[in-house]
Design a binder for this molecule. Sequence first.
Ligand SMILES: *Cc1c(COP(=O)(O)O)cnc(C)c1O
Length: 495
Amino acid sequence: MDIEQFRKAGYAAIDRICDYYASLQARPVIAQVQPGYLRKLIPDAAPEKGEDFTVVQDDYQKFIVPGLTSWQHPSFFAYFPTACTFEGILGDLYASSVCHPGFNWSCSPASTELEAITMDWGAKLLGLSPAFYNTSGVGGGVIMTTASDSALTVIVAARSRYTRLFPEVKAEQLILYVTTQTHSLGVKAGLVLGLKVRAIDVKAEDNFALRGEVLRKALEEDTEKGLKPFVFVATVGTTSSGAIDRLEEIGPVVQDYPGLWLHVDAAWAGVALSCPEYREIAKLASINEYATSFCTNFHKWGLVNFDMSTLWVRDRKLLTDALDVTPEFLRTKHGDAGTVVDYRNWHLGLGRRFRSLKFWFVLRGFGVKGFQNYIRRCIKLNDLFVSLLKSSPNFAIVTPPSFALTVFRLEPTQSSDINPSASQLNDLNRIFWSRVSARHDIYLTQTDLNGVFCIRLAVGAERTTEAHIRQAFELLSTEAEGALKVWQEARTADE
Ligand SMILES: *Cc1c(COP(=O)(O)O)cnc(C)c1O
C-alpha cells in the first residue's frame, strides 16, 4: 500500500468506524455467533499473493463485526467498562503511525517525556501526594499494560527490596498477602514467582473489606511460623462487589513490619478519586500516607482506550534497583548520566507502546471538569438503578452500592410469606441469571460472595443514559417474574 492508497483506505476506515458507532444502539450487545464460527469463513492459511485492501476491509465488515461483543454499547453493564473515546482512538492511531519501541529516552524523546508529564497530570487529577509525581525526582508514575502487569512488577520489586534488607531470608520463607476478594492478579503473581500466597478471609459484615486487626492477626500467625511477609495487595473497589479495604487501619499495621510493601490496586475505582467528594470513601488520605505503590486503570472507567494501566511508586529506585539490567548495546549518554528516565527499567518488558499520547488527548479533550462530570454521571446513573431496585419487592441489594457498581439479587422474602433457605435462594437466582444471560440486548455478570450467588451491574459505557438504565431495570423485572414463576412451580411440585 502506498501513501495515496493509505489515505483512501484510511478515510474509508474512519467512515466505517463512525458507522459502527452510529449504529451501536441497534446492535446486539453480545455477539450472536457460535464458537468456531470464524474458521468456517476464513481460509486456513495466508493468501499466496497480496490481496486488494478494499476486499480485506469488506471482509472485516462481513466476518469480524458480527463476532464483536460491543463493550461500548449503552446496555453493556458486565465486568467493568472498558473505556473507548474518539480522542483515545486518535491517540492510538498516531501512536501506531510513528511506531517505536520506546524502551529508553533516546528511542523517541517525545514518548518518554510526554509519559512523565501526563503521569503527573494523572497524579494531580486523582489528588495523589506530590511524592508520587515524576517531578519529585524520587517517586514517579509509569504507564503499564494492565493492573496484573503492575502488580507483578511491584511484587518483583518488593521481593527484591526485602531480600536486600534481609539477605539471610530464604526464598521459601517469603509470603505474599491478598484477601479472598483481591483480584486473581495476586494469586497469579504468586504462581509466576513461585511464592507462598495467603488469601485472608473477609466477612460479609465488613462488606468484604479487610480490617486492620484481621491483617495483623494473619501477619502475627505467619511470622510466628517463621514466614516473612513482604508485600500486601490491598484493593480499593474489588471486582466482585466494589469493596474498599480499610487502608486507614491497614497502613499502621503495615508500618509495624519493616520491608512490608503496601500495593493498592484500584484498577477500576481509582479514577473516582478525580472527584473530591469521593476521596474520603476511596481512602485517598491513607493511600497518600501509606501506599508504597498505587495502580488504577484509565482503560476501565477512565475514558482512555485499552491498554492504559497507571502505576505510581513512592520511590522509583525500588523499581530500578530490582529491574535495571543494562547491557552495552542499551547504554546511552543520557542514561549513563542519569539525566533522563529510561522507562524500560521500571517494568518487566523492554519495548513499550506510545500510550501517553492517548492519555494526553483524552485529558485535554475532556479537561478535569469533563472527566469529573463523566464519573459523576455514571455514579448518578447507578444511584438511579439502586432506587429502581429498592422500589421493587422482589430485588435485594447484596452489598452497599460502590460508586457505579451494584450487586443485587432476587429475594422475594421481602414481600411474601414464603421463607426460602439460602440454597433455594441461590437456585432462584441461578434461574434468573440463566434467563438474563441468554439475552443479547443487555450484558451483566454474575458473582458469588461467600456462597451468595448474585448479579453485578456496572455503569460506565460513555453512551449509557437514564433511558438505558430504566430499560435495563424493566428487562430485569420481566426476567425476574419469569424466574419466580418457574422457581415457585418447582417448589410446589417438591412439596
Ligand atoms: C479489572 C481488575 C483487575 C485486572 O485488570 P487488568 O488490567 O486486566 O489486569 C485487577 N484488579 C481489579 C480490582 C480489577 O477490577
